[in-house]
Design a protein. Structure first.
Length: 260
């Protein structure tokens, strides 16, 4: 995968999107134009009349069509909107988002609520019997949670394994997915176990992984661990250049612990 150039991966991605569109046409009255128009209309309605960018529409459509997506874009570029927009047009569907920090999850849930999307932050501090019952009843469109909840909490991941949830799931999102490589050692070992998600949900339920700080080798490792095939997925790399941000390579906890 390291030998795949940016242009080659982009070409494969859009070929995969075109192929997914053709398959959808054969099984339903699918129209890429109609879907992108519906996404745009929903975004204008729920995002203070701000239209989505073309790459956001393409990413959202690819995700809706069941393609695994890897999105690399700078902080503040709007890389979360593509996985939120499908919930705007499918209010009966469930999206699971794995996020690293409790404060971030709560903030993301509040932002979704401001867009008219029912969302909840789930962690060991908020997970009660009442909340579990609400989740069973599928009261929330988007569930923000920690990797520990998704992987290690038997009560919750029993939901992820249930056919009832599978029938209503849009997909699984891993936000800040560079943490899989950088935090997946002794610091946050649950991140190194996120490949188990593939055993919790059927393969037709797509993964959407996104980060602002993935170098090419990190993208390759994340795809390897999550079993994402670059030849069958959708990839967007907008770069992450920001005037007030710079990159610095550091040793991950996993690498350090395995070499000391």
């Amino acid at each position: 995968m390291n030998t795949i150039s940016h242009l080659e991966w982009q070409e494969w991605s859009y070929n995969n999107l075109a192929h997914a569109r053709e398959l959808a046409k054969k099984t339903s009255n699918y129209s890429a134009h109609d879907i992108q128009q519906a996404l745009t209309t929903a975004c204008l309605k729920n995002c203070q009349n701000q239209p989505p960018y073309p790459w956001q529409l393409d990413s959202a459509e690819a995700f809706l069509l069941g393609l695994d997506c890897t999105i690399v874009a700078g902080t503040g570029s709007g890389k979360s909107l593509p996985f939120v927009m499908p919930s705007m047009i499918h209010p009966d569907k469930i999206l699971v988002v794995i996020s690293p920090l409790n404060s971030l999850k709560s903030d993301q849930a509040r932002r979704c609520a401001s867009m008219g999307i029912t969302a909840v932050a789930v962690n060991h501090g908020t997970y009660t019997l009442h909340l579990h019952e609400e989740l069973v009843e599928q009261k929330y469109q988007i569930i923000f949670m920690s990797p520990e909840m998704a992987i290690s909490n038997c009560q919750f991941n029993s939901l992820l394994c249930s056919p009832e949830y599978h029938a209503h799931m849009l997909g699984v999102v891993i936000d800040k997915d560079h943490c899989i490589v950088q935090w997946g050692g002794q610091f946050r070992p649950a991140y190194a176990k996120l490949d188990k998600l593939r055993s919790f949900v059927p393969t037709h339920i797509p993964l959407y992984v996104t980060s602002a700080t993935m170098m090419p080798d990190v993208v390759a490792e994340v795809c390897r661990q999550l079993h994402i095939d670059p030849l069958k997925s959708f990839h967007i790399n907008l770069g992450n250049d920001r005037k007030n941000i710079y990159q610095q390579r550091i040793w991950s906890a996993h690498y350090y612990s395995s070499t000391r």
